[in-house]
Design a protein around this ligand. Structure first.
Ligand SMILES: NC(=O)C1=CN([C@@H]2O[C@H](COP(=O)(O)OP(=O)(O)OC[C@H]3O[C@@H](n4cnc5c(N)ncnc54)[C@H](OP(=O)(O)O)[C@@H]3O)[C@@H](O)[C@H]2O)[C@@H](O)CC1
Ligand SMILES: Nc1ncnc2c1ncn2[C@@H]1O[C@H](COP(=O)(O)OP(=O)(O)O)[C@@H](O)[C@H]1O
Ligand SMILES: [K+]
Length: 490
């Protein structure tokens, strides 16, 4: 499966131009394919519904007009509400004429009808200014209804470049069917709140059109090789987790346990003695490491985790100084480890291990000396900046976590769940990465772990519900997610 690129509206236009100029496709073919792809979704999910389509002045409106024709010719009751027909040309104009001829602009449908679907084809990636009051009124009246809404390409009102809302409101969709490639604005807030389920319809364009583009990739679903037969407890890695303090007794447990549940056969923990007592009965499979043995354990491990709940104090600062000098395999710095690192960024270049940094936005703001808003408004750029400065794989956490590499690759994780917004969930991510580092390369480990973590959130929400997911309950879904992604062909 090709990796899907997330494009800016300008890149989409470049792809379209090259498809037409070099591959002999036409605007009509693309519009018809887009409309057909949505028709198939409606047949599958909204059988027997009447459909009201709101069509704007450009090609997004053209897609809506083509969809209306296809639906109507296949027995659906369709009404098309035209917002402005004066600018139609090319494929949009032909689809407008076809819809007119079929009488689709005339017979209104009772919008409050039980089974009435609304299609939003007002604006796509051509939205280029703040929406004026008259169209804003249409958008708010659609939003005030209970009917299901499908947006074509992007919910009207969202800026495809940056996720900003170009007026008071954008369409609040249940489903967004996005064409050719997902637009970056679908994954940036506040717009990302209004997209509902995002379905990507690639329109079967030649993959070569995307090769030259420098654009983030969607973090692909994982495939995990089943465990071999002839293995022992260290074959799938040894993790040492240096974390926890008086007040943060959960972090050490969540990291070390998540590493074990992700395949690591030997999970070592270095924490203050009070934590050993607290968690030894609930996690007897962990191996406790005394302060004097930390350095040797780091040297022999497949992955070291430094920082979750560790506290920022003399001990933790001097430990980090020692650890970054050791040549070890993989080092994940998270939580308080990142806060300590933010105060000594010049040391980052001396780190001997393959480095993984997993900041949330506040930690990222400390590391880069930016405000939180600056980080949130430039998530991809911020993650890339940190990867470059630190020569590390970076995960900037959030609803759509961003993964970057020093080679400037960018991946956006699109599978996640708000059930992950619970204390300790970041520790679990850290543990999954550490676990996977034992049997796969660091970038694959990070990408797979972020994917698994997102799926764990989804599974937990599905089984527990909207409320009630805690870090403890997340743990139990890790094996289920990994085992359902095993691929015997690998
Ligand atoms: N690319 C492809 O390969 C494919 C593209 N496809 C489809 O085409 C869509 C892009 O079409 P598009 O470029 O015509 O833009 P679109 O979003 O319909 O709007 C432009 C119109 O809106 C107007 N306008 C803008 N802002 C406004 C405002 N605030 N208030 C009022 N008016 C405003 C603007 O007016 P102007 O600036 O010219 O005055 C212009 O008339 C894309 O999203 C996808 O759905 C598919 O067919 C598959 C293949
Ligand atoms: N609303 C949300 N949707 C999806 N993922 C979320 C959401 N909120 C938080 N997450 C994920 O949960 C984790 C929280 O990590 P972090 O803030 O470090 O928590 P903690 O320090 O309590 O463990 C991150 O992986 C983040 O991407
Ligand atoms: K739209």
């Amino acid at each position: 499966m090709e990796t899907i690129r997330i494009l800016s509206p300008n890149q989409i236009k470049t792809v379209e131009k090259e498809a037409v100029d070099s591959y002999f496709l036409t605007e009509e073919i693309l519009m018809e394919s887009a409309a057909l792809s949505v028709y198939n979704i409606i047949v599958e999910r909204f059988k027997g519904f009447s459909v009201i389509i709101y069509c704007g002045p450009g090609n997004n409106g053209g897609d809506g007009l083509a969809l209306g024709r296809i639906l109507s010719n296949n027995g659906y009751k369709v009404y098309i509400d035209i917002i402005d027909s004066s600018k139609y040309n090319g494929a949009s104009k032909r689809n407008f004429q076809a819809a007119e001829k079929l009488g689709l602009l005339e017979n209104k449908i009772d919008i409050k009808g039980d089974k009435t679907l609304i299609v939003d084809a007002i604006f796509g990636v051509g939205l280029n200014r703040v929406i004026a009051d008259d169209i804003q009124g249409i958008i708010s009246s659609i939003n005030s209804l209970q009917n299901p809404v499908i947006s074509l390409d992007i919910p009207s009102g969202i800026n495809g470049f940056n996720g900003k809302i170009m007026g008071e409101q954008c369409i609040n969709s249940d489903i967004t069917v996005t064409f050719i490639a997902p637009k970056i604005g679908l994954y940036l807030f506040p717009g990302a709140n209004f997209c509902g389920e995002i379905i990507i319809e690639s329109l079967s364009l030649p993959p070569a059109l995307f090769n030259k583009l420098s654009a983030p990739r969607v973090n692909k679903p994982i495939k995990i090789k089943p465990r071999k037969t002839d293995i022992h407890k260290s074959s799938y890695g040894k993790v040492i987790n240096i974390s926890g303090s008086e007040n943060y007794f959960g972090a050490p447990y969540f990291v070390s346990k998540a590493a074990l549940l992700s395949g690591c056969g030997y999970s070592m923990l270095s924490s203050p003695p009070s934590i050993k007592e607290a968690i030894s009965s609930i996690a007897p499979e962990l191996v406790y490491i005394n302060e004097s043995d930390i350095i040797d354990s780091v040297k022999s491990s497949s992955c070291t985790v430094f920082g979750p709940g560790l506290g920022v104090n003399y001990r933790s600062k001097s430990l980090l100084k020692k650890i970054i000098k050791i040549e070890t395999k993989n080092l994940i710095i998270d939580g308080d480890g990142l806060t300590i690192l933010a105060d000594s960024m010049k040391r980052i270049k001396n780190i001997q291990s393959s480095l993984i940094l997993t900041p949330h936005p506040k930690e990222m703001s400390r590391l880069l000396g930016k405000t939180l808003d600056e980080v949130e408004n430039s998530r991809i750029e911020s993650a890339l900046e940190l990867s470059t400065i630190s020569n590390a794989i970076v995960v900037l956490k959030g609803v759509y976590s961003v993964i970057t590499t020093p080679q400037k690759d960018v991946y956006i994780n699109t599978e996640s769940s708000n059930s992950l917004a619970t204390a300790g969930s970041g520790d679990i991510l850290c543990g999954i990465i550490a676990g996977l580092c034992g049997y796969t390369d660091p970038l694959s480990a990070v990408k797979s772990a972020v994917y698994i973590h997102g799926k764990v959130g989804q599974y937990a929400k599905e089984q527990i519900g909207d409320f009630g997911v805690t870090a403890n309950s997340l743990l139990s879904f890790i094996p289920e997610v990994i085992n359902s992604h095993l691929d015997t062909n690998l």
